[in-house]
Design a protein around this ligand. Sequence first.
Ligand code: NDP
Ligand code: MG
Length: 383
Amino acid sequence: MKNIAILGSTGSIGTQALEVVRQFPDLFQVEVLTAHSNADLLIRQAKEFQPNVVVIGKESEYEYVKSALWDDDVKVYAGADALNDVARMDCVDVVLSAIVGVAGLAPVYRAIEMGKQIALANKETLVVAGELMTKAAAANGAILYPVDSEHSAIFQSMVGEFQNPIHKIIITASGGPFRGKKRSELQNVTKEQALKHPNWTMGSKITIDSATLMNKGLEVIEAKWLFNVSLDKIQVLVHPQSVVHSMVEYADGAVKAQLGVPDMKLPIQYALTYPDRLPNNFPRLNFADYPNLTFEEPDREVFPCLDLAFAASNEGGCKPCVMNAANEAAVSLFLHDRIGFYDIPRLIEQSMARANYSAPTSVEEYLYIDNEIKTSILQSFNK
Ligand code: NDP
Ligand code: MG
């Protein structure tokens, strides 16, 4: 039996993780569930899974959640500090981090300090503070299992090869809803158009990141830290069918890949049951449904966010944190119809050019920079 904490249980990954847990009632005990503001779903999940603890981020929802669960044996906490506390709890073996954005940074770090197993969906954690996180994981015996489908595919392609160095990683990208478009066609796209992802149903932030290709930039940085490879060994290829989830090339030229339907439940399950492969009733791949699997280079001129991510990671220091913060702020503004599609890369580039912080060395320093960048962007639009 594994005791599991699901941080962000009300989101796209969180709810799919609970579907995985439902398949294996003898394998997982849910100890912790957390949400930011979706109190009603958190309450329903708590009634079904009877965790030890739930956390609602928004403190104004505390009384509501507490009274709804008054006759259940579930402790209720609220606020960001409570998230850090539950990530450290002794009764938790595995922390699945499915929080979106930099809010995941501190709780993941706390779990790493306690040497927990971590199933990591929250890619922003490694993008912002990859060096800090991976060093702390090595020092504390914490293991990071990828949940992101590309990184799960890379990890699955490495099983049995751990003594062989990676020659190249090929990360596939669907290309998002705007694949094949020209820059001029995307100047005035709306959030509704950007939210129509061709293959995946996900939270709104990552869906916009997929439309700008920033998601692929974030994933390149995530891969660099997870698999300890330099950026020049990571190639991005657009693969619109989202069946080949990513690939690893070895010294002899052999390329290994993991394939499957676009469904996050398999990578979530693998992160929780590694090294075992357990039977489930999730959708399966039928090759006859996919007579054409195609691959093409990404259009880096139409989707400048990809190169901004490479540049931020190459520069290192504060730059990936600045890039991520500017992206989170810009995506939020775009989702509120406050800016246009190409204002997203413009704001990121501007923030990266201006920022001149010394390299952060702690979670607090990263969060300070994150807050400064977001505040300055949001204030400039509230004038
Ligand atoms: P969602 O927006 O669907 O869910 C986010 C979850 O985090 C919700 O439970 C939300 O609570 C909670 N949350 C939001 N803001 C905060 C905060 N400030 N503090 C604490 N909790 C918060 O996101 P996704 O599930 O799509 O994505 C989660 C992470 O997984 C992201 O990092 C994303 O990049 C990554 N990922 C997602 C994939 C997908 O298919 N969705 C695929 C690969 C990676 P509430 O519901 O109450 O707002
Ligand atoms: Mg992905």
